[in-house]
Design a protein around this ligand. Structure first.
Ligand SMILES: [Zn+2]
Length: 193
């Protein structure tokens, strides 16, 4: 099983983990159903990436208090992932290596940043690191994963979504998101592990 994952990973690849934070898991402020069930799957990919010398990136939603995406400010969401709060922490079982490159988003007062590529300078960093292809996992499939995959494709990166390592807020939203990602040229890997 590990061998198969390792065989998939090549030089020029990165593993990109979107927003696997406590607030997006059951018990959190904006939970995705089954959000925590993807953690063991992602951990297997992390092990394989580390073994192969493939970089691991992890984005985090990181909002100031009273962010414009919150309902109290006319936004769409309950308050979530407030900077330095417990809910903003990565899931405790997520085995991020010390070498993980953290991408912080959602910090701006004037806009939300669903995509890890939205005004973070990420594309520049990835190109500097010689990255051409992203293996994407994380939450939520129909919001920040979708936006990040579309952002990556717009910047010219190859993208493979690890289907067992992501969950949508709604099943319908997930289906729509997969159509959009496919139309944008993302590929999918669906493994029984
Ligand atoms: Zn947010």
């Amino acid at each position: 099983m590990m061998t198969e994952i390792s065989d998939s990973l090549k030089p020029g690849d990165a593993l990109f983990i979107v927003d696997v934070q406590k607030d997006f898991c059951p018990g959190g402020a904006l939970p995705v159903e089954g959000g925590d069930t993807i953690v063991p799957v992602i951990n297997r990919w992390i092990s394989a990436a580390v073994a192969k010398g493939v970089s691991v990136y992890a984005s985090r939603d990181w909002h100031p208090m009273g962010h414009l995406s919150f309902k109290e400010r006319g936004g769409q969401w309950p308050p979530h992932c407030i900077q330095d709060s417990d809910g903003a922490k990565f899931h405790p079982d997520l085995a991020l290596p010390n070498s993980t490159i953290i991408v912080t988003k959602g910090v701006r007062f004037d806009l939300d940043q669903n995509s890890a590529f939205d005004q973070t300078g990420l594309a520049v960093q990835l190109r500097k690191d010689g990255i051409r292809r992203l293996w994407v996992a994380g939450l939520a499939e129909d919001v920040c994963v979708l936006a990040t995959v579309l952002g990556a494709r717009r910047e010219g990166f190859d993208v493979v979504l690890i289907e067992k390592a992501t969950r949508p807020i709604t099943a319908e939203g997930g289906e729509k998101a997969r159509c959009q990602m496919q139309a944008a040229g993302a590929r999918f890997i669906n493994e029984n592990k």
